[in-house]
Design a protein around this ligand. Structure first.
Ligand SMILES: NC(=O)CC(=O)C(=O)O
Length: 283
């Protein structure tokens, strides 16, 4: 057998073919919100913005990270809600559920601090058009950074990291969820691609020291293997609703144009193998 065909045989099987999405084109709205210390006001404001996004024709509405509370370790325990208990214990997600049903939209509800038992999480809830909670993603990679004299933040002082990736089938396709810092870890996005995600949503609230260097660059890098990393719509720092059309027919076209998925040499760079080899060599 020729060396090249041996290599071909040993390659890791390609990712799942993309499942047929429930629709080809739809409008997405990304909502950038100004957050205050007044939780009730934040909820009322988010309600207004979601209604406006739906009026603009969005079938998928995405909120930012920690939209019902100031983004601080001191605030997380105070603003946290028991999402599983629902009702009065979680006014933020009750509002999201009500609106997704009444407006017939899919809602990636940004994130809020979640209280579960004695633990706090940074949690994104996804609601379907029937108002039901379809998925809950707990931020997997906590934002712990230390750049002396510029920014030090340690989410892990109050929050616990989630334990699983989150991929969910909705009326607008299969969506992989990450929260802000989760975007820095390409393996999560690759896993979502391999599981047939049509879209990945990363609600975020970036810091203003390293954030401006990262937020567009890293998002564009995560386009693999869907698109060319083209920015369809963007905004500045103020409150805004950014609406754009998503066209899934471009995914197949781009994958034909640039067949990265088929060309990947997974036989050469599987991380688990490297980790095993490293562990062996340090025994
Ligand atoms: N909220 C965050 O996770 C912040 C973040 O990732 C950043 O770079 O800023």
């Amino acid at each position: 057998m020729a060396a090249s065909s041996k290599a071909e045989e040993s390659r890791v099987p390609p990712a799942l073919p993309l499942p047929t999405p429930p629709l080809t084109k739809f409008k997405i709205a990304l909502c950038q919100l100004l957050v205050t210390a007044d939780k009730e006001r934040n909820i009322a404001h988010a309600r207004k913005v979601i209604e406006e996004a739906a009026q603009k024709g969005a079938q998928l509405v995405v909120l930012p990270e920690i939209w019902n509370s100031p983004y601080s370790n001191a605030s997380f325990p105070v603003y946290a809600e028991d999402i599983d208990a629902g009702g009065d214990a979680s006014p933020s997600t009750m509002m999201l559920s009500e609106l997704s049903r009444s407006l017939q939209i899919t809602l990636v509800g940004g994130s809020i601090p979640e209280l579960s038992g004695d633990k706090l999480y940074n949690t994104c809830c996804v609601f379907g058009t029937d108002g039901k909670l379809k998925a809950k993603h707990r931020k997997v990679h906590l934002f712990d950074i230390d750049i002396p004299g510029q920014i030090t933040f340690k989410e892990s002082l109050t929050l616990t990291g989630g334990e699983s990736p989150t991929i969910v089938d909705t009326d607008v396709g299969r969506i992989g969820i990450g929260i802000c810092y989760d975007m820095q870890f390409q393996e999560l996005a690759m896993l979502y691609a391999a599981r047939g995600a049509h879209l990945i949503c990363y609600p975020g609230a970036f810091n203003m020291v390293t954030g401006p260097l990262h937020w567009e660059l890293v998002q564009r890098a995560r386009r693999w293997p869907w698109q060319f990393g083209e920015v369809l719509a963007t905004t500045e720092h103020d409150e805004a609703i950014v609406v754009a059309e998503i066209d899934y027919s471009l995914i197949d076209l781009r994958r034909t144009n640039l067949p990265f998925q088929k060309q990947r040499r997974g036989d050469l760079y599987q991380l688990l193998d490297v980790q095993r080899q490293n562990a062996e060599s340090t025994k």
